[in-house]
Design a protein around this ligand. Structure first.
Ligand code: PMP
Length: 402
Protein backbone atom coordinates (compact mmCIF):
# COMPACT_ATOMS: atom_id res chain seq x y z
CA UNK A 1 0.00 0.00 0.00
CA UNK A 2 1.30 3.42 -0.92
CA UNK A 3 0.08 5.83 1.77
CA UNK A 4 -1.05 9.22 0.52
CA UNK A 5 0.11 11.49 3.33
CA UNK A 6 -0.99 15.12 3.59
CA UNK A 7 1.24 17.62 1.81
CA UNK A 8 2.33 19.19 5.09
CA UNK A 9 4.26 16.08 6.18
CA UNK A 10 6.88 16.74 3.53
CA UNK A 11 8.60 18.87 6.17
CA UNK A 12 8.71 15.95 8.60
CA UNK A 13 11.10 13.77 6.61
CA UNK A 14 13.89 12.01 8.49
CA UNK A 15 17.33 13.44 7.79
CA UNK A 16 20.71 11.78 7.41
CA UNK A 17 21.89 13.65 10.49
CA UNK A 18 18.99 12.36 12.56
CA UNK A 19 19.74 8.82 11.39
CA UNK A 20 23.41 9.13 12.38
CA UNK A 21 22.50 10.57 15.77
CA UNK A 22 20.10 7.69 16.38
CA UNK A 23 23.07 5.32 16.03
CA UNK A 24 25.11 7.52 18.38
CA UNK A 25 22.54 7.16 21.12
CA UNK A 26 22.86 3.37 20.96
CA UNK A 27 26.66 3.15 20.91
CA UNK A 28 29.80 4.13 22.79
CA UNK A 29 30.09 7.56 21.26
CA UNK A 30 30.40 10.62 23.51
CA UNK A 31 27.53 12.78 22.38
CA UNK A 32 27.36 16.56 22.52
CA UNK A 33 24.47 16.45 20.09
CA UNK A 34 21.32 16.36 22.24
CA UNK A 35 20.05 19.28 24.29
CA UNK A 36 19.74 17.23 27.45
CA UNK A 37 20.06 18.46 31.01
CA UNK A 38 22.13 16.23 33.34
CA UNK A 39 19.83 13.62 34.91
CA UNK A 40 22.32 13.25 37.78
CA UNK A 41 21.24 16.75 38.89
CA UNK A 42 17.50 16.22 38.78
CA UNK A 43 15.72 17.05 42.09
CA UNK A 44 14.29 13.53 42.27
CA UNK A 45 13.49 13.42 46.01
CA UNK A 46 11.75 16.81 45.90
CA UNK A 47 9.70 15.69 42.89
CA UNK A 48 8.73 12.51 44.73
CA UNK A 49 7.58 14.61 47.71
CA UNK A 50 5.71 16.95 45.37
CA UNK A 51 3.79 14.06 43.80
CA UNK A 52 3.04 12.64 47.26
CA UNK A 53 1.51 15.99 48.26
CA UNK A 54 -0.52 16.04 45.03
CA UNK A 55 -1.77 12.48 45.70
CA UNK A 56 -2.87 13.52 49.19
CA UNK A 57 -5.60 15.60 47.58
CA UNK A 58 -7.38 12.32 46.81
CA UNK A 59 -9.07 11.20 43.62
CA UNK A 60 -9.75 14.70 42.34
CA UNK A 61 -6.05 15.04 41.59
CA UNK A 62 -6.62 12.58 38.73
CA UNK A 63 -9.66 14.24 37.18
CA UNK A 64 -9.94 16.09 33.85
CA UNK A 65 -9.13 19.77 34.31
CA UNK A 66 -9.27 23.13 32.55
CA UNK A 67 -7.65 23.29 29.11
CA UNK A 68 -5.58 26.25 30.31
CA UNK A 69 -4.00 24.05 32.99
CA UNK A 70 -3.97 23.93 36.81
CA UNK A 71 -4.78 27.49 37.87
CA UNK A 72 -2.66 27.61 41.06
CA UNK A 73 0.40 26.68 38.98
CA UNK A 74 -0.42 29.43 36.48
CA UNK A 75 -0.52 31.85 39.42
CA UNK A 76 2.86 30.63 40.72
CA UNK A 77 4.32 31.04 37.22
CA UNK A 78 2.98 34.61 37.06
CA UNK A 79 4.63 35.34 40.40
CA UNK A 80 7.95 33.92 39.16
CA UNK A 81 7.71 35.88 35.90
CA UNK A 82 6.91 39.02 37.86
CA UNK A 83 10.40 38.78 39.36
CA UNK A 84 11.77 39.09 35.82
CA UNK A 85 9.67 42.18 35.16
CA UNK A 86 6.92 40.43 33.18
CA UNK A 87 3.91 41.99 34.90
CA UNK A 88 0.34 43.09 34.41
CA UNK A 89 -1.09 39.68 33.54
CA UNK A 90 -3.48 37.39 35.37
CA UNK A 91 -3.95 33.62 35.21
CA UNK A 92 -6.24 33.99 32.15
CA UNK A 93 -3.27 35.27 30.19
CA UNK A 94 -1.36 32.04 30.83
CA UNK A 95 -1.75 28.72 29.02
CA UNK A 96 0.09 25.67 30.32
CA UNK A 97 1.37 23.52 27.48
CA UNK A 98 2.99 20.14 26.94
CA UNK A 99 6.49 21.59 27.01
CA UNK A 100 7.14 24.96 25.40
CA UNK A 101 7.34 23.02 22.14
CA UNK A 102 3.55 22.77 22.17
CA UNK A 103 3.29 26.52 22.75
CA UNK A 104 5.27 27.02 19.52
CA UNK A 105 2.96 24.68 17.66
CA UNK A 106 -0.29 26.14 19.03
CA UNK A 107 0.73 29.73 18.43
CA UNK A 108 1.72 28.91 14.85
CA UNK A 109 -1.55 27.00 14.41
CA UNK A 110 -3.70 29.99 15.39
CA UNK A 111 -1.62 32.73 13.75
CA UNK A 112 -0.03 31.36 10.59
CA UNK A 113 -1.86 30.84 7.31
CA UNK A 114 0.05 29.36 4.37
CA UNK A 115 2.33 32.00 2.89
CA UNK A 116 2.33 34.29 5.96
CA UNK A 117 5.76 35.71 6.63
CA UNK A 118 7.59 34.99 9.83
CA UNK A 119 10.94 36.59 10.64
CA UNK A 120 13.54 34.63 12.63
CA UNK A 121 17.07 35.00 13.86
CA UNK A 122 19.80 33.29 11.95
CA UNK A 123 20.57 30.59 13.01
CA UNK A 124 17.53 29.64 15.10
CA UNK A 125 15.88 26.74 16.94
CA UNK A 126 15.51 23.86 14.52
CA UNK A 127 12.27 22.42 15.92
CA UNK A 128 10.59 25.85 15.72
CA UNK A 129 11.59 26.09 12.06
CA UNK A 130 10.01 22.67 11.52
CA UNK A 131 6.77 23.79 13.14
CA UNK A 132 6.61 27.01 11.11
CA UNK A 133 7.36 25.08 7.92
CA UNK A 134 4.60 22.59 8.70
CA UNK A 135 2.11 25.49 8.76
CA UNK A 136 3.60 26.65 5.44
CA UNK A 137 4.94 29.95 6.74
CA UNK A 138 7.37 31.84 4.57
CA UNK A 139 10.38 32.07 6.90
CA UNK A 140 12.69 35.01 6.34
CA UNK A 141 15.89 35.17 8.42
CA UNK A 142 17.10 38.52 9.71
CA UNK A 143 20.85 39.14 9.90
CA UNK A 144 22.32 38.87 13.39
CA UNK A 145 25.53 39.71 15.18
CA UNK A 146 26.65 38.85 18.72
CA UNK A 147 24.19 41.40 20.19
CA UNK A 148 21.07 40.07 18.49
CA UNK A 149 19.20 40.96 15.31
CA UNK A 150 20.64 43.78 13.26
CA UNK A 151 17.96 46.44 13.49
CA UNK A 152 18.52 48.00 10.05
CA UNK A 153 18.03 44.61 8.43
CA UNK A 154 14.95 44.01 10.60
CA UNK A 155 13.41 47.32 9.53
CA UNK A 156 14.20 46.59 5.91
CA UNK A 157 12.62 43.13 6.08
CA UNK A 158 9.51 44.40 7.85
CA UNK A 159 9.11 46.99 5.09
CA UNK A 160 9.69 44.46 2.34
CA UNK A 161 7.75 41.43 3.63
CA UNK A 162 5.08 42.77 6.05
CA UNK A 163 5.62 39.85 8.46
CA UNK A 164 2.95 38.66 10.82
CA UNK A 165 5.31 37.62 13.55
CA UNK A 166 8.91 37.53 14.66
CA UNK A 167 10.29 34.49 16.50
CA UNK A 168 13.31 35.11 18.77
CA UNK A 169 15.33 33.28 21.42
CA UNK A 170 17.05 36.37 22.86
CA UNK A 171 18.70 34.89 25.96
CA UNK A 172 21.30 32.10 25.52
CA UNK A 173 19.85 31.01 22.22
CA UNK A 174 19.65 27.49 20.93
CA UNK A 175 21.83 26.96 18.93
CA UNK A 176 24.09 30.02 19.08
CA UNK A 177 24.24 30.79 22.84
CA UNK A 178 23.75 34.44 21.84
CA UNK A 179 22.30 37.08 24.19
CA UNK A 180 20.63 40.18 22.87
CA UNK A 181 21.80 43.47 24.36
CA UNK A 182 19.23 45.57 26.24
CA UNK A 183 19.48 48.28 23.57
CA UNK A 184 18.47 45.84 20.84
CA UNK A 185 15.58 44.52 22.96
CA UNK A 186 14.29 48.07 23.49
CA UNK A 187 14.76 48.96 19.85
CA UNK A 188 12.90 45.81 18.81
CA UNK A 189 9.91 46.78 20.94
CA UNK A 190 9.93 50.29 19.50
CA UNK A 191 9.95 48.92 15.95
CA UNK A 192 7.27 46.24 16.37
CA UNK A 193 4.91 48.65 18.12
CA UNK A 194 5.27 51.13 15.30
CA UNK A 195 4.86 48.49 12.61
CA UNK A 196 2.30 46.30 14.42
CA UNK A 197 4.19 43.03 14.30
CA UNK A 198 3.88 40.36 16.99
CA UNK A 199 6.98 39.11 18.79
CA UNK A 200 7.19 35.52 19.96
CA UNK A 201 9.88 35.31 22.65
CA UNK A 202 11.07 31.79 23.46
CA UNK A 203 13.05 31.68 26.71
CA UNK A 204 13.80 28.14 27.92
CA UNK A 205 17.39 28.94 28.94
CA UNK A 206 17.21 32.41 30.53
CA UNK A 207 17.54 31.06 34.08
CA UNK A 208 20.67 29.00 33.37
CA UNK A 209 23.18 31.80 33.94
CA UNK A 210 26.92 31.73 34.57
CA UNK A 211 27.37 35.40 35.54
CA UNK A 212 25.55 37.89 37.74
CA UNK A 213 24.35 39.95 34.81
CA UNK A 214 20.60 40.27 34.50
CA UNK A 215 18.69 40.11 31.24
CA UNK A 216 15.36 41.83 30.77
CA UNK A 217 12.95 39.66 28.80
CA UNK A 218 11.53 41.45 25.76
CA UNK A 219 8.07 40.71 27.24
CA UNK A 220 8.99 42.88 30.24
CA UNK A 221 9.42 45.87 27.90
CA UNK A 222 5.96 45.41 26.38
CA UNK A 223 2.65 46.47 27.91
CA UNK A 224 0.86 43.23 27.19
CA UNK A 225 -0.03 43.85 23.55
CA UNK A 226 2.79 42.81 21.21
CA UNK A 227 4.77 40.01 22.87
CA UNK A 228 4.01 36.36 23.56
CA UNK A 229 6.47 34.80 25.96
CA UNK A 230 7.06 31.08 26.42
CA UNK A 231 9.23 29.19 28.86
CA UNK A 232 9.40 25.75 30.43
CA UNK A 233 10.27 23.63 33.45
CA UNK A 234 12.26 21.29 31.17
CA UNK A 235 15.70 22.76 31.85
CA UNK A 236 15.16 24.06 35.39
CA UNK A 237 13.26 21.09 36.91
CA UNK A 238 12.85 18.05 34.62
CA UNK A 239 11.78 17.63 30.99
CA UNK A 240 9.73 14.48 31.65
CA UNK A 241 6.91 16.44 33.32
CA UNK A 242 6.44 18.10 29.91
CA UNK A 243 5.27 21.39 31.32
CA UNK A 244 5.78 24.70 29.63
CA UNK A 245 3.70 27.87 29.46
CA UNK A 246 2.91 30.82 27.27
CA UNK A 247 1.76 34.24 28.43
CA UNK A 248 0.43 37.05 26.30
CA UNK A 249 -2.63 38.98 25.07
CA UNK A 250 -5.82 37.29 26.27
CA UNK A 251 -7.43 37.02 22.81
CA UNK A 252 -4.49 35.02 21.48
CA UNK A 253 -4.15 32.84 24.59
CA UNK A 254 -7.88 32.09 24.41
CA UNK A 255 -7.64 31.10 20.75
CA UNK A 256 -4.66 28.87 21.57
CA UNK A 257 -6.65 27.22 24.37
CA UNK A 258 -9.36 26.41 21.84
CA UNK A 259 -6.76 24.91 19.51
CA UNK A 260 -5.33 22.96 22.43
CA UNK A 261 -8.76 21.58 23.23
CA UNK A 262 -8.87 20.02 19.78
CA UNK A 263 -5.31 18.81 20.20
CA UNK A 264 -5.22 17.15 23.64
CA UNK A 265 -8.00 18.67 25.86
CA UNK A 266 -5.37 19.67 28.43
CA UNK A 267 -1.85 18.86 29.51
CA UNK A 268 -0.90 16.50 32.32
CA UNK A 269 -2.65 18.10 35.28
CA UNK A 270 -1.08 15.71 37.76
CA UNK A 271 2.32 17.04 36.68
CA UNK A 272 0.95 20.59 37.11
CA UNK A 273 -0.13 19.84 40.66
CA UNK A 274 3.25 18.30 41.46
CA UNK A 275 5.06 21.29 39.95
CA UNK A 276 2.88 23.61 42.01
CA UNK A 277 3.93 21.74 45.17
CA UNK A 278 7.56 21.78 43.98
CA UNK A 279 7.52 25.56 43.50
CA UNK A 280 5.87 26.08 46.88
CA UNK A 281 7.84 23.63 49.03
CA UNK A 282 11.24 23.32 47.38
CA UNK A 283 13.91 25.93 46.78
CA UNK A 284 13.66 25.82 42.98
CA UNK A 285 15.72 28.99 42.60
CA UNK A 286 18.47 27.49 44.79
CA UNK A 287 18.35 24.37 42.62
CA UNK A 288 18.62 26.47 39.44
CA UNK A 289 21.67 28.23 40.91
CA UNK A 290 23.22 24.86 41.71
CA UNK A 291 22.74 23.37 38.24
CA UNK A 292 23.83 26.63 36.61
CA UNK A 293 27.07 26.48 38.55
CA UNK A 294 27.76 22.87 37.45
CA UNK A 295 26.88 23.67 33.84
CA UNK A 296 29.06 26.78 33.97
CA UNK A 297 32.03 24.66 35.09
CA UNK A 298 31.42 22.22 32.23
CA UNK A 299 31.24 25.12 29.80
CA UNK A 300 34.59 26.34 31.20
CA UNK A 301 36.15 22.90 30.62
CA UNK A 302 34.84 22.80 27.06
CA UNK A 303 36.10 26.32 26.37
CA UNK A 304 39.50 25.51 27.92
CA UNK A 305 39.95 22.51 25.62
CA UNK A 306 38.79 24.42 22.57
CA UNK A 307 41.10 27.39 23.09
CA UNK A 308 44.12 25.71 21.48
CA UNK A 309 42.14 25.09 18.28
CA UNK A 310 40.90 28.69 18.45
CA UNK A 311 44.51 29.95 18.65
CA UNK A 312 45.43 27.77 15.68
CA UNK A 313 42.61 29.40 13.69
CA UNK A 314 40.71 26.12 13.28
CA UNK A 315 37.57 27.36 15.02
CA UNK A 316 35.86 30.54 16.16
CA UNK A 317 33.35 30.83 18.99
CA UNK A 318 31.86 33.28 21.45
CA UNK A 319 31.97 31.98 25.02
CA UNK A 320 28.36 31.61 26.23
CA UNK A 321 27.28 33.30 29.47
CA UNK A 322 24.49 30.81 30.09
CA UNK A 323 22.29 28.19 28.50
CA UNK A 324 23.37 24.78 27.28
CA UNK A 325 25.17 25.28 23.98
CA UNK A 326 28.38 26.38 22.39
CA UNK A 327 28.31 27.31 18.71
CA UNK A 328 31.43 26.69 16.63
CA UNK A 329 32.40 28.15 13.32
CA UNK A 330 35.00 26.02 11.51
CA UNK A 331 37.31 27.18 8.73
CA UNK A 332 35.35 28.43 5.76
CA UNK A 333 35.60 25.43 3.44
CA UNK A 334 35.03 22.78 6.13
CA UNK A 335 31.64 21.07 6.00
CA UNK A 336 30.53 20.02 9.49
CA UNK A 337 27.76 17.78 8.18
CA UNK A 338 30.12 15.87 5.88
CA UNK A 339 32.54 15.43 8.80
CA UNK A 340 29.97 14.04 11.24
CA UNK A 341 30.34 10.33 10.26
CA UNK A 342 34.12 10.68 10.69
CA UNK A 343 33.68 12.27 14.15
CA UNK A 344 31.26 9.50 15.16
CA UNK A 345 33.67 6.84 13.99
CA UNK A 346 36.36 8.45 16.16
CA UNK A 347 34.02 8.49 19.17
CA UNK A 348 32.26 11.88 19.44
CA UNK A 349 29.14 13.49 18.01
CA UNK A 350 27.79 17.00 17.53
CA UNK A 351 24.92 18.55 15.59
CA UNK A 352 25.93 20.19 12.31
CA UNK A 353 24.74 23.79 12.10
CA UNK A 354 23.05 23.70 8.68
CA UNK A 355 19.53 22.62 9.82
CA UNK A 356 19.35 25.67 12.13
CA UNK A 357 19.23 27.96 9.10
CA UNK A 358 15.96 28.74 7.32
CA UNK A 359 17.88 29.43 4.13
CA UNK A 360 21.51 29.63 2.92
CA UNK A 361 23.05 27.50 5.69
CA UNK A 362 26.58 28.10 6.89
CA UNK A 363 27.94 24.60 6.38
CA UNK A 364 31.02 25.25 8.50
CA UNK A 365 29.08 25.52 11.77
CA UNK A 366 28.16 23.06 14.51
CA UNK A 367 26.49 23.01 17.93
CA UNK A 368 27.97 21.43 21.06
CA UNK A 369 25.95 20.74 24.21
CA UNK A 370 27.96 20.99 27.44
CA UNK A 371 25.39 20.04 30.08
CA UNK A 372 25.04 16.30 29.65
CA UNK A 373 28.58 14.88 29.30
CA UNK A 374 30.88 14.47 32.32
CA UNK A 375 34.01 16.62 32.74
CA UNK A 376 36.18 13.73 31.54
CA UNK A 377 33.95 13.01 28.56
CA UNK A 378 34.15 16.67 27.59
CA UNK A 379 37.95 16.52 27.70
CA UNK A 380 38.09 13.31 25.62
CA UNK A 381 35.42 14.48 23.19
CA UNK A 382 37.07 17.87 22.57
CA UNK A 383 40.45 16.13 22.03
CA UNK A 384 38.84 13.92 19.37
CA UNK A 385 37.18 16.91 17.70
CA UNK A 386 40.34 19.02 17.65
CA UNK A 387 42.54 16.20 16.37
CA UNK A 388 40.05 15.60 13.59
CA UNK A 389 40.00 19.31 12.66
CA UNK A 390 43.82 19.34 12.65
CA UNK A 391 43.84 16.32 10.33
CA UNK A 392 41.33 18.01 8.05
CA UNK A 393 43.50 21.13 8.00
CA UNK A 394 46.57 19.10 6.98
CA UNK A 395 44.59 17.28 4.27
CA UNK A 396 43.33 20.59 2.87
CA UNK A 397 46.84 22.07 2.84
CA UNK A 398 48.15 18.98 1.01
CA UNK A 399 45.33 19.19 -1.52
CA UNK A 400 46.05 22.86 -2.18
CA UNK A 401 49.74 22.17 -2.80
CA UNK A 402 49.03 19.43 -5.39
N1 PMP B 1 12.51 26.28 22.56
C1 PMP B 1 13.83 26.08 22.48
C2 PMP B 1 14.69 27.19 21.98
C3 PMP B 1 14.39 24.86 22.87
O1 PMP B 1 15.70 24.69 22.78
C4 PMP B 1 13.54 23.83 23.36
C5 PMP B 1 14.08 22.50 23.80
N2 PMP B 1 15.05 21.94 23.05
C6 PMP B 1 12.16 24.08 23.40
C7 PMP B 1 11.68 25.32 23.01
C8 PMP B 1 11.17 23.04 23.86
O2 PMP B 1 11.38 22.61 25.15
P1 PMP B 1 10.27 21.82 25.99
O3 PMP B 1 9.19 21.40 25.04
O4 PMP B 1 10.98 20.67 26.59
O5 PMP B 1 9.76 22.78 26.99
Amino acid sequence: MKYAFAKRVRHLQSSVVRDILKIVNQGNVISFAGGLPDDGLFPTEAIKDAFTSAFEKGNKAFQYGETEGYRPLREVILERMGHKGIQGYDADNVLLTTGSQQAIDLLARVMISPGDVLLTEEPTYLAALQVFQSYEAQIIPVQCDENGMIMDDLKEKIKQYHPKMLYVVPTFSNPSGRVWSLERRKELIRIVKKQNVLVFEDDPYGDIQFTNESYTPIAALDNGSHVLYTSTFSKTAVPALRTGWIVGPYQIIRMMAQAKQANDLHSNSLAHQALYELCRNFDLDGHIKKISSVYGERKDIMVYHLQKAQREGLIKFVEPKGGMFLWLELQEQVNAEALLPRAVEKGMAYVPGAPFYAEAPKLNTLRLNFTHATDNQIKIGMDILIRMLEEVDVERTQLKSL
